[in-house]
Write a protein that binds this ligand. Structure first.
Ligand SMILES: C[S@@+](CC[C@H](N)C(=O)[O-])C[C@H]1O[C@@H](n2cnc3c(N)ncnc32)[C@H](O)[C@@H]1O
Length: 234
């Protein structure tokens, strides 16, 4: 069975030990809980957040949509001289929003940082579009990979076949890069195409991209696999 996304994130936190973690899309805080030090978390609805996390020292919460957060806040005012070391984008599962979240987060990152995006390898079309569905709705986040390959060929993108709907790892960040979010309207146009065309684009994406096992990726960045029974259910 594929390694689940929360276990991938937990491993990245343990291995990279980020001094500043940034998260878009928090819900109860299952992914946020793994941040070892300082964290900035943005979500328009923080009511499901576990109280123990809300009170954790070094955690800063902003109850607003990500576009509004980046419009209202400057990095220097939130982080001072610090920059983001690791970010997880898991907010609204619409590709245009994910593209803007990436562009905004990248400006707050240090150059060697890593950005992780959720839901980028859905295995069936029913869960891979903007219309939400019961269960594992991934949305059309996957469109961001061809979009970034088109507009940001300088980035290093690695798609992970993690459970249940995949992750994208982005490295080689350039905080001074021109704002790729300015092209996010292209993604709206793709999402408005007839369903048969979207099905063909999704199938072409699945055929073109190679998704690697999380264990293979983690080993490539120097991770030593722990014992099978490390107590992590996710
Ligand atoms: C899938 S949940 C996040 C789950 C969490 N990261 C985890 O792994 O447990 C998605 C979250 O995104 C939030 N969200 C929706 N639209 C958003 C937006 N425009 N900006 C930021 N967060 C948003 C929702 O309120 C919800 O809490």
């Amino acid at each position: 069975m594929a390694m689940k996304y929360l276990k991938v994130l937990k491993t990245l936190h343990q291995h990279l030990d980020p001094q500043v973690y940034f998260e878009v899309g928090v819900r109860a805080g299952r992914s946020l809980a793994h941040a070892p030090h300082r964290a900035v978390a943005v979500d328009p609805d923080l009511s499901p957040l576990r109280p123990v996390l809300r009170d954790r020292s070094g955690f800063q919460f902003y109850e607003q949509e990500s576009d509004a957060f980046f419009r209202d806040h400057r990095r220097e005012d939130v982080l001072g001289d610090a920059r983001v070391d690791l970010a997880f984008i898991d907010g609204l599962h619409h590709s245009d929003q994910v593209a803007r979240d990436f562009a905004n987060v990248e400006r707050w990152c240090r150059p060697g940082a890593m950005v992780v995006m959720h839901d980028c390898w859905p295995d069936r079309p029913e869960i891979a579009y903007r219309e939400s569905c019961p269960g594992q709705w991934a949305g059309d986040c996957w469109r961001v990979i061809p979009f970034l390959r088109r507009h940001r060929p300088d980035l290093e993108l690695t798609v992970l076949d993690s459970g249940p709907t995949g992750l994208l790892i982005v490295r080689g960040l350039n905080p001074d890069s021109p704002d790729v979010g300015q092209y996010s309207g292209e993604l709206d146009a793709e999402a408005a195409a007839p369903r048969e065309q979207q099905d063909r684009e999704w199938a072409a994406y699945r055929a073109r991209e190679i998704a690697v096992e999380p264990e293979t990726f983690l080993a490539s960045i120097g991770w030593d696999a722990p014992d099978e029974n490390d107590g992590e259910a996710d």
